[in-house]
Design a protein around this ligand. Structure first.
Ligand code: 1CP
Length: 359
């Protein structure tokens, strides 16, 4: 891969001209890859993300197998609650479980301030190893959960169906919730800064549960904190991506957080998002992850449609609208990557005459 390819992703994040659209997939280091499953058979998930050699191995798998244009560090957003002193387990068929969830003010006081160099040294060492191994073939994306999403796991004690506990805090005890979000925000700022210092070349903030909030709540409990984080971690040349799942109804507000790139879930109309946000941010996304169940010719058609919706010019990073599903055949994932890489150049040529017609 030449150096032009290695810069595609970063250039598109800053809306600089590119010769084609870069592409990667959320959860690209994961169970749909036979190579990942082979490693996972031998180690549990927590051992995997705490062992830099294993992190390096699985972070590079999609780069080598699929030719994606960016690597994302193999880790999890829940390392922050764990570093703050909560006991974390991942149970088969149930997902993450945090023991003794945060239910009263006293529980907030008991949470530790995070020192990334001490408490999350395994992440920082992993970043250094992955960078060495990647040798600038593609950039490495570091990430963190956004405060609101981390708070949902810390208050609910894991995944949730109705989010009754955190919503109780939101309406019945907002002062307490803000105190918790403040404390998480400090940890996220320190963590993102440390990842950048260790070599992360972009940062994605995952707000996977933004969509359970009401419109005012989204500003007050999610966006405000993300805005502060972005101001405090901003580093020249390091793009920041904000992925707020379910926030498509609040498109016009999303750019207020100051991110260079707004990640879109699959329900958002990409063309509309560009009209609303295109002058302010690059856009990442947003093919429905279940589209990858279809055979490769259908995937290619869907990719063409996604590229057409965005339209000509830079500022688009192709991705799925959420993580790739574990039972997607690996050839279908490859078809998605290849389709973006081969279909997109036409949208980046100077002559408008060569652009595909609208159907
Ligand atoms: O058993 C296994 O093999 C573990 C499955 C797994 C994996 C591969 C989990 C448990 N997390 C991960 C990796 C992971 N998680 C990455 C790695 C990089 C990549 O390839 O993308 C990233 C970026 C995450 C981020 C993450 N973890 C999010 C935000 C993104 C999203 O999916 O919305 C969330 C919400 C989590 C929590 C989490 N960790 C694992 C699961 C199953 C979950 C979700 C639980 C839920 O639905 O509430």
């Amino acid at each position: 891969m030449n150096s032009d390819t290695s810069r595609l992703f970063i250039r598109a994040c800053f809306r600089q001209p590119v010769r084609r659209t870069p592409v990667w997939m959320m959860r690209q280091a994961g169970r749909y890859l036979p190579d990942y499953r082979a490693v996972r058979e031998k180690y549990d998930f927590i051992t995997m993300y705490k062992t830099p050699e294993l992190v390096t191995l699985v972070t590079l798998q999609p780069v080598e197998r699929l030719g994606v244009d960016a690597a994302i560090l193999f880790s999890d957003i829940l390392v922050i609650p764990e570093a703050m002193g909560m006991d974390l387990q991942f149970l088969e068929h149930r997902g993450p479980v945090l023991a003794r969830p945060i239910r009263e003010d006293g529980h907030i006081d008991a949470l530790k301030d995070v020192e990334p160099e001490v408490d999350l040294a395994f992440v920082l060492e992993s970043i250094r190893q992955v960078r060495r191994e990647l040798n600038d073939r593609v950039p490495l994306i570091g990430f963190s959960g956004a405060p609101w999403t981390l708070a949902t796991y810390m208050v609910e004690g894991g995944s949730s169906r109705h989010f009754g506990q955190i919503k109780r805090w939101r309406f019945a005890h907002p002062v307490g919730l803000h105190r918790l979000l403040e404390k998480i925000t400090r940890a996220v700022v320190a963590y993102c800064r440390a990842q950048i210092a260790a070599g992360a070349q972009a940062i994605q903030l995952f707000d996977s549960w933004a969509g359970i909030l009401d419109a005012t709540g989204f500003n007050e409990f999610a966006l405000n904190y993300v805005h502060r984080i972005i101001q405090q971690i901003r580093t020249p040349g390091v793009p920041i991506i904000y992925f707020a799942r379910g926030a498509g109804t609040w498109l016009s507000r999303l750019s207020r957080c100051g991110a260079d790139v707004i990640g879109l879930d699959w329900q958002v109309d990409l063309g509309l998002a560009r009209r609303v946000l295109g002058e302010k941010a690059a856009l990442q996304g947003n093919l429905d992850p279940t589209a990858l169940y279809a055979p490769p010719p259908v995937i290619r058609k869907q990719v063409r449609e996604m590229l057409r919706q965005y339209g000509p010019g830079s500022g688009h990073i192709a991705n799925l609208g959420h993580g790739i599903l574990p039972d997607v055949p690996v050839e279908h994932a490859r078809a998605f990557i290849e389709a973006v890489q081969t279909e997109s150049p036409v949208w980046h040529t100077q002559q408008t005459a060569t652009r595909p017609e609208e159907p």
